[in-house]
Design a protein around this ligand. Structure first.
Ligand SMILES: [Zn+2]
Length: 221
């Protein structure tokens, strides 16, 4: 069972119910943890039912509430190895894109714009499986951007590799760590078959999603 979580800030977050507990995919911008906990309660879950918070990448609109949500529930945080350093002190310096500009702000302001770190329970690699979700490393938007594929749910969570705000699109150059790689990242999804696709930004595709995404990626070639 997959639910989009209502009321998270900036980017969408999702809850996946598995036999052995709940997984949150992304956690929204800073201050979204309350909305996630409220939604869990409304479905009859307790905070401790949440086992993992998996973030598709380190950006604050996806991971901003992740550490706090883990602290409040006992869930563990999972992130790709290449994005993990961004959640630690002495984080890598960003390039001169929008994120790079943010790093030049005073720390007091930057904490609303950069993800606050926390203990990392698992560093993910391409091909890993976590609670039925297969990790697909799709670098470019960030070094450790991932998509998550559930064969059982016939669904893929694409993070910011693609958005669906005005039809399928790739993220613009000024938010990408490596624009050339980001342009090609969705190719890593080719060959997978799934009915539904869930985006960080924009509504889900509920039917025949792999065909829509394969067609989109093909048109870019
Ligand atoms: Zn992003």
């Amino acid at each position: 069972m997959i639910w989009p979580i209502p009321g998270t800030r900036a980017a969408h977050a999702y809850l996946l119910q598995q036999p052995d507990g709940l997984v949150a995919i992304d956690a929204g911008y800073v201050g979204s943890d309350g909305a996630i906990l409220r939604f869990m309660r409304s479905r009859g879950f307790r905070p401790e039912d949440l086992k993992w918070v998996v973030v598709t990448h380190h950006h604050v609109d996806h991971a901003g509430s992740a550490a706090r949500l883990c602290a409040q529930t006992g869930a563990q945080l999972a992130i790709h190895t290449a994005d993990a350093p961004y959640l630690a002190s002495g984080r890598p310096k960003e390039l001169m894109n929008l994120w790079g500009a943010i790093e030049r702000l005073p720390a007091r302001l930057a904490r609303f714009l950069l993800t606050v770190g926390g203990p990392i329970g698992r560093r993910l690699e391409d091909g890993d499986t976590l609670h039925g979700l297969r990790v697909i490393h799709t670098p470019g938007h960030t070094p450790g951007s991932i998509c998550l594929y559930s064969e059982a749910e016939s669904a893929v969570f694409v993070g910011d590799v693609l958005n669906n705000e005005r039809g399928l699109r790739r993220p613009p150059w000024n938010v990408n760590h490596n624009h050339r790689k980001a342009q090609l990242a969705a190719r890593h999804l080719l060959g997978l078959s799934y009915e539904r696709a869930f985006f960080g930004h924009g509504p889900p595709i509920e039917r025949d999603a792999s065909r829509a995404i394969t067609r989109f990626v093909g048109e870019l070639a």
